[in-house]
Design a binder for this molecule. Sequence first.
Ligand code: GAR
Length: 190
Amino acid sequence: MQQIAIFASGAGSNAARIIDHFRHHSSIKISLVVCNKPDAGVLNIAAREHIPTLLLEKERFFRGDAYVPVLKELNIHFIVLAGFLWKVPSALVQSYKGKIVNIHPALLPKYGGKGMYGRLVHEAVIAAKEKASGITIHYVDELYDHGQTIFQASCSIDEDDTPETLAQKVHLLEHEHFPRIIEQVLLGDS
Ligand code: GAR
């Protein structure tokens, strides 16, 4: 069984889809939800699904052991960032080389990097009068939104789109593709 940890900081709609997708999977199990915000919606989802959670302390994550020993002890094989807003420290990237993926709500390399998350991304895309946006699923390295791209999907932007309506379109793409791309990566990886 390949054990997966989902790292998330927010509402957790992607985490919910991923949990659903792998609920009865024969070789992949969502074993842990890792979060940095005690009031994040994703923690309620984990509780409802009876999935153990780990709440990160900033000091230990960035300047301590980055929770690597805990993750290894729990036999976590692969990490999925689903709306996780902290940068992944080098110690964690090195310990899980090629085994951390992230989803970004835009077509990287545009609209990525520090400070580009959630609504801010959609505001920047609309302000630049882009005709399309989308999602990027990529491997995680030491730089923000930088690792090798695994998959992209796009949606068109209409004249009357707002950051909110664009966010909805992007979320639909995320929910449609992220769980199956994770599965593809993991099965190719085993
Ligand atoms: C998702 O749209 C994800 O792409 C984005 O946060 C949202 C989380 O939504 N991630 C980033 O912006 C990372 N830079 P969710 O909590 O409903 O899954």
